[in-house]
Design a binder for this molecule. Sequence first.
Ligand SMILES: Nc1nc2c(ncn2[C@@H]2O[C@H](COP(=O)(O)OP(=O)(O)O)[C@@H](O)[C@H]2O)c(=O)[nH]1
Ligand SMILES: [Mg+2]
Ligand SMILES: [Zn+2]
Length: 350
Amino acid sequence: MIDIDFESLRLIGLTNTITSQLYLLHDVPPEARLVRITEIQREWLTVHDGHAEFRARVLPALHQATLAVGDWVLDTTLAHDEHWLSAQLPPITHISRRGNDGRHHGLVSNVDTALLLMGLDHDFNPRRLERYLAIVKTAGVEPVVVMSKADIGEDVEAGMELLRQRLPASIPLLAINTLNEDSMAQLSPWLGAGQTLVLLGSSGAGKSSLTNTLTQAGQQTGGVRKGDGRGRHTTTSRSLHQCPGGACIIDTPGLRSWQPDADEASIAASFEDIDALSAHCQFRDCRHASEPGCAVRGAVDPDRLQNYHKLIREAHRSEQTPLERIAEVAKWKVMQRAATARSKQKTSGG
Ligand SMILES: Nc1nc2c(ncn2[C@@H]2O[C@H](COP(=O)(O)OP(=O)(O)O)[C@@H](O)[C@H]2O)c(=O)[nH]1
Ligand SMILES: [Mg+2]
Ligand SMILES: [Zn+2]
């Protein structure tokens, strides 16, 4: 087994659970070192070994497409200080999305908490927030809803009240000013040593501002990107940063096409309030549409329920193969033709 400097690697998020994943790998060269991916570029990756960041490339045995920021990988140093990555530890959590082409896109790995950022200004959009919640919860990651721009938003209290009414009470919900160090204290329950957080939200929501505040607050200890001479960073790709308290933060750019990479059942389960209430519906297979004795309709915000149906329909469509989709459309046409024929018969008195 390879040597592991747990003390240093803990600063970039190593946990016991991840360490035990090492035993799943075969033929680990004794000189290999455990490192974490902090940034991915086309030609190279940036990895961190607990002390410093450096560039590395991926050996053909390992497919770059399966790697995401936050993954733990094995690094071998060759002559000329060249770093090559040879193996990936199976991620404990992995957030991915499905593009419009139906393909899976890995986003981040091994995160404990996702901070879902949304501005209390024009960015406010509960449906988009619920989409993010579905993506995160289906990946087994704990969400925290962080409403930014609490200092400049209009109707801050009304917006917060709307979300409190609409979302299950079990989802933490905060209003912050990302530029203010007080936001540190509000987020402290999720910023413990060894914790990894990812920031998700549309462009302009305040993700990079919050990253700067959390990584530069208080005294500056050895940080991945503290004082890297580039000043405040702007996000062009996903990248991992260290907080003084020992947590790691992965900042992401805003994403456009954003579909959960999950099946209908997992999405249904991720709406925990609807899931719990549906046990009391009269019909076991109630779709909470127009069935009698539905325990969900009326109890859940109608717009939230509509959004739930929309996300489930999307998942259903992307699970279908092209042939199944053609068959479904054909079935529809037959049914429509039959209905038209019936109504014609009625009007002609036949
Ligand atoms: N007043 C105020 N401005 C904010 C807040 N969060 C972000 N901003 C501003 O909004 C703009 C976009 O923020 P940025 O962090 O780059 O958003 P990102 O695209 O999510 O990374 C910047 O001009 C920030 O200064 C906040 O909580 N309060
Ligand atoms: Mg940004
Ligand atoms: Zn129902």
